[in-house]
Design a protein around this ligand. Structure first.
Ligand SMILES: *Cc1c(COP(=O)(O)O)cnc(C)c1O
Length: 537
């Protein structure tokens, strides 16, 4: 008999009320999901009936397995309706087909894998294709390139506006390009990529073009004044992703991927008959899956209808315009580029003297205490050597309407407090920390740019990381090795601010700056450790 430790809570056994109370208590740890205080991740209409409805229908379909719509036809009906709605919204005809996926990332991964497989037809079956996309393309495409052994060829955007030029994208096209990806809009700055200019050229050259409308897909169709067409109305667009769990206001777990041409859609399917079990024929990555996201999304689309979407989008458009105007009035800050859709990013205004600039990450850290949660986005060196500035991201949802005055007042007050404060990238403490971390990795035999990281024995790496995270104020255990970082110029002191446990440090701007300044393999290894420790038993 195997012995094991009891890992459940005995007081909860057989007691649903206590279990529900326990989950409610856990939920009190979370950022507020309603009321518009969190300007990323959550998409709140403020209509409580919608939340209730989504929960109620999820409960009805709870026992189903959406893996098999032939055994559970209700799932097929709801999926078909959602595809029809999205297809019409995106000006697709009867030659456009698609599926509901588990989210934007899955839609993007599938769009890439499908394009890669079609591109490989007539080529070596392991040929490595390129994905051409602006630097601002979502990380999901970096993931896709890694998963599917492709090269992501990043086209630099104008650092002053975040905008990519059509000519720069077109110039990269060639026989080894399996897919061009443009975003409408992109997540970092809400810039609308030049689909109308690029797609016809892609068509001419026989190159697939995916429009990533994960975030904009359910908003831009009702947005007034979009500069140009970007959906299936444009010849050359071969696929589009649009997330139901963003501006479709559905609970997480639902996105739509549409393809132009039935052959392209059919190529997305994974289908085998040569194993001893049931025939596996499915269009998405998951096997068994919940029908709840499909049912919730279906219910919300029925509830809102096109008139409801138009209404919600109008609220967001008003709020966004007020925010853009108000933010540009705050000395030391400016809105990056020209956002299209209900999201935007602010950067430091380089046109004013350094002591009048507002570092966006300092702003994000400061405004947290007033109960507003914005999202820090790191700066990045592009492939041409130009630097994209640090920024703060705001995703605007219908509940922000009517609250823009409060939000602007809070940002303005926060800007007053941090104006002229140097960003973490210039902090001696951060720079000292980076030097110490580099030294520590060098001592492990890791090269300047992270070469040889994988060769470090696991126990040695574990020890080093444990110490490092302790010095950074992340994670509880560890000990050995911490001197290397903590000892050098007090690198750990300020970073250790938030203290023990597996909580993340309060001062995210320092952690992000360290990540930005370290060679990528080292930064990603450290961040992986941080996130792994969050769930380590
Ligand atoms: C959110 C988003 C994705 C990825 O979607 P997830 O649902 O988070 O997996 C892809 N592209 C863009 C532009 C997005 O905003």
């Amino acid at each position: 008999m195997r012995e094991y430790h009891e890992q459940t809570r005995p007081e909860l056994a057989g007691n649903p009320d206590a279990i529900i109370a326990a989950v409610r208590e856990l939920r009190s740890l979370d950022a507020p999901t309603h009321g518009g205080r969190v300007l990323s991740y959550v998409y709140d209409t403020g209509i409580s009936e919608i939340d209730d409805l989504a929960g109620d229908v999820a409960r009805i379909v709870q026992p189903l397995n959406a893996l098999d719509p032939t055994t559970f036809p209700s799932v097929a009906v709801m999926e078909r309706d959602l595809i029809a709605f999205a297809r019409e919204m995106l000006h697709g005809g009867s030659d456009v087909a698609g599926n509901v996926t588990s989210g934007g990332t899955e839609s993007c991964l599938l769009a890439v894998r499908t394009a890669r497989d079609l591109w490989r037809v007539g080529r070596d079956r392991f040929a490595i294709g390129r994905i051409v996309a602006p630097t601002t393309v979502h990380a999901a495409f970096r993931k896709a390139a890694k998963y599917f052994d492709m090269i992501l060829d990043e086209v630099p955007v104008d650092p002053a506006t975040g905008q990519v030029s059509a000519a720069d994208v077109i110039e990269r096209m060639g026989d080894d390009v399996a897919l061009v990806v443009l975003s409408t809009p992109n997540y970092p700055y809400a810039g609308l990529d030049p689909v109308a200019e690029v797609a016809p050229v892609a068509l001419e050259q026989g190159i697939a073009l995916h429009v990533d409308a994960c975030i904009g897909g359910f908003a831009l169709p009702w947005w007034k004044g979009v500069a140009h067409a970007w959906d299936f109305a444009v010849p050359g667009v071969t696929s589009i992703s649009a997330d139901l769990h963003k501006y479709g206001f559905a609970p997480k777990g639902a996105s739509i991927l549409l393809h132009k041409g039935h052959a392209r859609h059919r190529a997305q399917y994974f289908s085998i008959t040569d194993w001893p079990g049931y025939p596996v024929v499915n269009p998405t990555m998951l096997g068994s899956k919940s029908a709840a996201p499909i049912a919730s999304a279906w219910a919300i689309v029925q509830y809102l209808g096109t008139a409801g979407f138009a209404e919600q989008v109008a609220l967001m458009q008003t709020a966004t315009a007020e925010l853009v105007a108000g933010l540009n009035q705050i000395e030391g800050l400016r809105v990056q580029g020209e956002p299209t859709g209900p999201l935007l990013a602010v950067v430091a205004d380089e046109s004013v003297a350094p002591d009048r600039r507002v570092n966006p990450h300092k702003l994000v850290d400061d405004i947290r205490a007033s109960g507003w949660i914005l999202q820090s986005q790191p700066g990045q060196v592009q492939t041409d050597g130009t630097l994209l500035p640090q920024s703060a991201h705001l995703t605007i949802t219908p509940v922000t309407h009517g609250k823009t005055g409060d939000l602007l007042a809070a940002i303005s007050a926060s800007a007053d407090r941090v104006r002229g404060v140097a960003g973490a990238l210039e902090s001696p403490m951060v720079l000292g920390g980076v030097a110490a971390i580099k030294a520590q990795f060098a001592a492990l035999g890791v090269g300047e740019n992270g070469e040889g990281l994988e060769q470090v024995p696991a126990e040695v790496m574990d020890q080093a990381l444990a110490g490092l995270l302790l010095a950074l104020g992340v994670g509880g255990s560890g000990g050995a090795g911490s001197e290397a970082v903590a000892g050098s110029g007090g690198a750990g002191s300020d970073l250790a601010g938030s203290g023990a446990g597996s909580e993340l440090p309060a001062n995210m701007s320092d952690l992000l700056a360290i990540a930005q300044l370290l060679p990528e393999p080292i930064a990603t290894r450290i961040l992986t450790e941080v996130l792994a420790q969050v769930i380590a038993p």
